[in-house]
Design a protein around this ligand. Structure first.
Ligand SMILES: C[S@@+](CC[C@H](N)C(=O)[O-])C[C@H]1O[C@@H](n2cnc3c(N)ncnc32)[C@H](O)[C@@H]1O
Length: 227
């Protein structure tokens, strides 16, 4: 395993952004783990408690045709959130731009029901458009620069079928602070573009500090496509 060096990592990402290569570096985070999913520095190694809480609170809405409910996980990393959705009965597609991430998922969950695949959020199968009941996004927008963040959000919203939900989990910041941070957390105006620009309805919105030391501010939002 290659030891994580935060300074080198941020410099590497910055250089890729400057060269307009917004995510070609992602695979290196997984290859550096050298086959050990536990060594991926950004992986929490457990499903988001906010995702699990939402799944628990909403399981009764999923009636007898549960197996037909489809979820998709953006930038699925090492798979914890994808497996949680699958455990609650969703038919899950989970994708990542990193072939090594997908390899780690398949090795970690040899008997999984999740369809793990390499795909690009900016160039996914057109059959996915408006085809999912739940879209789950955790920490992908925040690693992207500038215009790619807008395109990413739109690509995510475009996956929602009518009455579908998107759950968005990310680091957060106050407007105009931490402008050069890597990853760049979302401010309220940016995350709220799911409402103002993509015309989704806000179902719930939580701002919280995580339990790291020092703690890091986050948002967890649920939006619904009603039109
Ligand atoms: C910060 S990581 C978060 C991973 C995971 N969601 C988690 O919470 O642990 C962002 C993920 O997005 C993936 N990613 C970046 N750009 C992508 C793209 N264009 N299409 C699909 N996945 C992408 C990266 O490879 C990485 O796994």
């Amino acid at each position: 395993m290659i030891e994580f060096d935060a300074v080198k990592y941020k410099q590497m990402v910055k250089e890729h952004h400057e060269n307009d290569e917004p995510f070609s570096w992602c695979d290196s985070v997984y290859t550096d783990a050298q086959g050990d999913y536990k060594a991926v520095f950004w992986a929490d190694l457990e499903a988001s408690p906010y995702l699990v809480k939402w799944l628990e609170e909403n399981k009764n809405q999923l009636t007898s045709n549960l197996q037909d409910k489809k979820a998709i996980v953006i930038g699925c990393g090492v798979g914890d959130d994808s497996e949680a959705l699958s455990d609650y009965g969703y038919k899950v597609t989970a994708f990542d731009i990193s072939p090594e991430a997908i390899k780690l998922c398949k090795k970690r969950y040899p008997n999984t029901k999740v369809d793990y695949l390499v795909a690009d959020l900016f160039d996914y199968d057109k059959a996915w458009l408006e085809n999912f009941d739940v879209v789950y996004e955790c920490n992908t927008i925040q690693i992207l620069p500038g215009e790619y963040r807008i395109q990413a959000r739109i690509a995510m919203s475009n996956l929602l079928s009518k009455n579908a939900h998107i759950l968005v989990s990310c680091r957060s910041r106050e407007k105009n602070e931490k402008k050069d941070e890597i990853p760049l957390p979302l401010d309220y105006e940016e995350i709220n573009k799911f409402v103002t620009d993509d015309k989704l309805k806000e179902i719930s919105f939580k701002a919280y500090n995580d339990n790291q030391t020092p703690s890091i501010p986050h948002f967890f939002a649920v939006y619904k496509k009603e039109v």
